[in-house]
Design a protein around this ligand. Structure first.
Ligand code: FE2
Length: 398
């Protein structure tokens, strides 16, 4: 979680000016409080796990200063819908803070990481699966490819139409991958990173096609073609892996990484967290804004009121984890992304393990052709006894 720490830089470059979010509120608020919050977060990471009292007091100070910032945010605009917008951000912000708190309090958490672990140093690590493993996985996957192709012909290109993530074949693939990841040290690397014994627990076989339109460039908006969909994940603790099952080159949607950019944005803690919450505001049916916004797409500027609300946020609290949609042409930020891009090209079996919350990335934006991949998620390794117990509980619906 070191990406949550604020690193003091002399960089005065304001990245918001290079995005569509530049329009709107140009002011900064609560600079002192935000600075205090950053100091507290830095201290939280220095505390030893047995110093619970100190941690409690740091977190209550964090809450205190965060509440002051929210009080000021409520005053930015008295419009009722804007008040709902801030209310929802506040609720989600504190639930993220709570998540961080639980992680830090958890008995497994310690600061003794392996310093050479690539997930800490770079945020991503490339590797190759053994050929026999790839062949077996491709053999298992074959029967689903016809369904995917049929769906593409019918112009059904949603994720559900072109992917599968449950069933006995998926469990077989997970088993093969875990056997490989145990042997090549990937599961160890993730366990060290997560500070608990981890392995692959989820798998989705996914086809991407040039017929998809979800990522298409909107040339009327003066946004960069080169950064579309570049994002950091919203979830703060989620290492995952992508494994190619087909040849992937520059044109058929390679996964790309943009190392160091998140650090260069010089985000304060609250801004960093708000940017990861923002896209979910008004998206759930339970939200007071669900029927008001009626979001139609994954880009904020296509929902007028939502975009207006984001633009009403003060400059030093504005961030969007999916900033790649909003970067303007010919800007310093666009250049940073282009200069930093590491494109993962390769054949079947090439994989990457990465923490999507720590490094900007994108993938599956296909200019020409298709790509077939496995998206793999990690979770705590559960022993045989616990697994059986869970099954029994499930059967009896306890
Ligand atoms: Fe992602």
């Amino acid at each position: 979680m070191n990406f949550l720490k604020k690193i003091e830089t002399s960089n005065n470059y304001n990245f918001i000016n290079d995005t569509l979010f530049a329009q709107g509120n140009e002011h900064k608020i609560c600079e002192n409080e935000l600075k205090k919050i950053d100091e507290i977060i830095n201290q939280v990471f220095l505390i030893k796990k047995n110093q619970k009292k100190e941690l409690n007091s740091l977190f209550s100070n964090l809450e205190y200063y965060s509440n002051i910032v929210f009080e000021n945010l409520f005053n930015v605009n008295k419009d009722q819908y804007f008040q709902f917008f801030i209310e929802e951000i506040k609720k989600k912000y504190f639930s993220t803070v709570n998540e961080i708190k639980l992680k830090i309090y958890s008995k497994n958490f310690s600061q003794s990481y392996d310093e050479n672990n690539a997930l800490f140093t770079k945020g991503y690590h490339f590797g190759e699966l053994k050929k026999e493993a790839v062949d077996s996985i491709i053999k298992i996957s074959k029967k689903y490819l016809n369904t995917f192709s049929e769906n593409i012909k019918k112009n059904k290109t949603n994720r559900n139409d072109l992917s599968i993530n449950t069933g006995s074949d998926i469990r077989k693939i997970i088993k093969i991958i875990n056997f490989q990841f145990d042997k090549n040290g990937i599961n160890n690397c993730v366990s060290d990173y997560m500070q608990k014994t981890s392995e692959v627990v989820g798998c989705s076989l996914e086809m991407s096609t040039e017929n998809s339109t979800w990522w298409r460039w909107n040339d009327g908006k003066n946004v960069s073609k080169y950064t579309l969909y570049a994002h950091v994940d919203e979830d703060l603790f989620c290492p995952k892996s992508i494994c190619y099952l087909s040849d992937v080159g520059k044109l058929n949607g390679p996964t790309s990484f943009y190392p160091n950019i998140i650090k260069n944005l010089d985000l304060n803690f609250m801004q960093n967290i708000i940017g990861r919450i923002i896209n979910s505001i008004g998206s759930s049916k339970k939200s007071k804004l669900f029927n008001i916004y009626e979001k139609k797409s994954n880009r904020a500027y296509e929902t007028e009121l939502f975009f207006k609300h984001i633009n009403n946020l003060p400059k030093n609290l504005k961030f969007d984890s999916h900033i790649g949609w909003y970067i303007k042409n010919n800007t310093a930020l666009e250049k940073k992304f282009i200069d930093n891009e590491i494109v993962m090209e390769g054949g079947p079996g090439k994989f990457v393990v990465f923490d999507g919350s720590k490094v900007f990335h994108r993938g599956g934006c296909i200019d020409e052709g298709q790509r077939l991949v496995l998206q793999l998620t990690f979770g705590e390794k559960i022993n045989f006894f616990k697994k059986s117990l869970r099954k029994i509980l499930k059967i009896f619906k306890i």
